[in-house]
Design a protein around this ligand. Sequence first.
Ligand code: DAK
Length: 256
Amino acid sequence: MKTINYTENNNFKAGVITINRPSQLNALNSVVIDELNTLLKSLEKSSDIRSIIITGSGNKAFVAGADIKEFQKHNIQQAKALSQQGKEKLFNKITNFSMPVISAINGYALGGGLELALASHIRIASFSAKMGLPECSLGLIPGYSGTQKLTRIIGSNRAMEMILTAKVISAEEALNMGIVNKVVDQENLLDACLDFSKLFNRTSRESLRAAIKSINSSHLPHGEDIETEEFSKLFETDGFKEGVAAFLEKRKPIFQ
Ligand code: DAK
């Protein structure tokens, strides 16, 4: 893992996590999931980090899936435990993270790899990226929230097509379907993610956390209540005081 600093506004940083298992196309085994969990916990405590970027090492794969060699012998109970633990340690941890997480999709994002990207808040892909949820072709279904999150992102019609056919799509198709936010040349991918992450510097830390929580709740029956609660809580934050003061004083806000 490395952290890249930039100084455009307020000196905030983006934490860059590189999944480093290139010989296995960065497939997610339990060691990698545990390491990512530890890294995310430590980055969340850092007051000068405003966003996280996750990418894969090498230029072939973001993450080629959950590690098929590791889960091939699991029984029902083990599979259930693995799904629950994986969601808690990694996939839902990212979705519910208190700051924005960008997936920099630099190659294959298949199965658990696409589920990792879908768990993020923003997805930027290189033109060479390939994405799919091929689990049905292995006699499974996506088990790390892929059926839930893809459906919420692109609707059940297109999610049915992708998951039931196990097809792999190009980055441009993913852009047209609304799976990724942007597609760039491979050599510009990290810079594009860093540029994107600078946009968060103009917003307050507390607003980012509250917005992520509220948007994530939009499909819940009590989503409106969560939005009202999060909105109200912001009125006693430093970010709100600074944002309004800056507007009235006709200057740019300086968020902490
Ligand atoms: N798992 C383990 N190893 C993988 C892998 C994966 N998903 N993907 C690639 N590798 C390994 C290959 O086995 C090979 O290792 P060695 O044989 O050299 O030791 C190495 O990475 C290089 O791969 P290839 O030689 O195959 O490279 P190619 O360029 O020829 O092909 C490929 C690239 C991405 C087309 C191919 O590797 C491939 O089809 N990979 C599998 C893609 C895939 O099906 N991914 C979805 C996996 S299913 C669960 C929750 C969730 C899930 C499962 C369980 N529970 C809660 C229990 C999710 C499942 C999935 O993600």
